[in-house]
Ligand binder design. Structure first.
Ligand code: ZN
Length: 355
């Protein structure tokens, strides 16, 4: 590897995309090079393209991928060429101070584990470089398809983290704001965590239907009235034990605080890509003394977590593929981006086929 040109789908300044020729990556001693077979486009790719993390030139986009190992460095022990693997969207530096302190996703700086399509080329290319391969990818079991496995790289890991951070008591009540793919996986995660009642906030019928499939007991349609009032009505004015923010707007974040009862938890997994501030409603937050915790997190990485998520698929606990609404060849990826931006044609997740 390393001497031949390959094709990559890149960002060329804010809002501009195109295909570029790049050199194939090489594996350092601890790294791997993977040839993608399937990928998913993420709403955060669209945020990146529109400048959420600043201007980028000739940066390969994408961070959700599965593929086949092409090359491994001399220190890699867990993998060999030919292995079918899922690559974490977040690929931490496991020796970093933040990792040693229990926050691997943050690595050397805040969000430092987020490398693909941020500080290094992403995964929408013919070959992908994976740092610290033993810790940042997982072998896909025989019974799990590539299409299933690609959902663990970000959607399941992030969505389930939303439920894990929400401190849901067994039998407790949960509200999940927004049922995009991450919100849907937060709903499923809440079910797996033992929630007794799950209220999903969503207006799009197809997403409402999937929310029910993934464990929602009730749907609150914000187009039919204030969701805070509706949730208070549903809970006899009590509010919920846990609220999960899966949209990334200050408005929904405020609503999450307003529906959470004293002692409860607001778990944020929304990507707040716009605006100057995210506001906490002072009174409903009990003037800072109602013991309403606010948890945040970036998609957890790591081979062991990826393996646990694969186990859930392997044993039929979750089928994420119902979120795949569209398929595109790698050559047609521009159209997938366009649809993710406009959200037209009922799109939830577009699967990108590399082979
Ligand atoms: Zn993503």
């Amino acid at each position: 590897m390393g001497d031949n040109p390959m094709k990559a789908f890149v960002m060329n300044g804010i809002g501009e995309t195109g295909f570029a020729e790049k050199e194939e990556p090489q594996a350092g001693p601890n790294d791997a090079v993977v040839k993608p077979t399937k990928g998913l486009v993420c709403t955060s790719d669209v945020h990146t393209l529109h400048g959420a993390i600043g201007e980028r030139e000739n940066l390969t986009l994408g961070h959700e991928t599965v593929g086949v190992v092409e090359e491994v460095g001399e220190n890699v022990e867990e993998f060999e060429p030919g292995d079918r693997v899922a690559v974490g969207a977040i690929t931490p530096d496991w020796g970093s101070a933040a990792a040693q302190d229990g926050h691997p996703s943050q690595s050397k700086e805040p969000l430092g584990g987020w490398k693909f399509a941020n500080v290094k080329d992403g995964t929408f290319a013919e070959y992908v470089h994976v740092n610290e391969a033993d810790a940042n990818m997982a072998r896909i079991p025989e019974d799990v398809t590539d299409e299933e496995a690609v959902y663990i790289t970000d959607m399941m890991s992030t969505g389930f983290m939303g439920a894990e951070h929400a401190e849901i008591p067994v039998g407790g009540t949960v509200a999940v704001f927004a049922q995009g793919p991450v919100g849907l996986m937060a709903t499923k995660g809440a079910e797996l965590q033992g929630a007794g009642r799950i209220i999903a906030v969503e207006s799009v019928p197809k997403r409402q239907e999937l929310a029910r499939e993934y464990g929602a007991d009730e749907i609150v349609n914000f187009e039919e009235g204030d969701p805070v009032e509706q949730i208070h009505d549903l809970t006899d004015g009590e509010g919920v034990d846990s609220a999960i923010e899966a949209l990334g707007t200050s408005g929904t974040f405020e609503q999450c605080v307003k529906v959470t009862k004293a002692g409860g938890t607001v778990s944020n997994i929304g990507y707040h890509g716009e605006g100057e501030h995210v506001n906490i409603p002072r009174e409903e937050w009990g003037v800072g003394m109602a013991e309403i915790d606010i948890a945040t997190g970036l998609c957890p990485g790591g081979r062991l977590r990826l393996e646990r998520l694969l186990r859930l698929i392997e044993n039929g606990r979750v089928d994420p593929t119902h979120m795949t609404t569209h398929e595109f060849g790698f050559d047609e990826i521009d159209e997938a981006f366009r649809l993710m931006e406009t959200k037209e044609d009922g799109i939830i997740k577009p699967l990108i086929l590399f082979d």
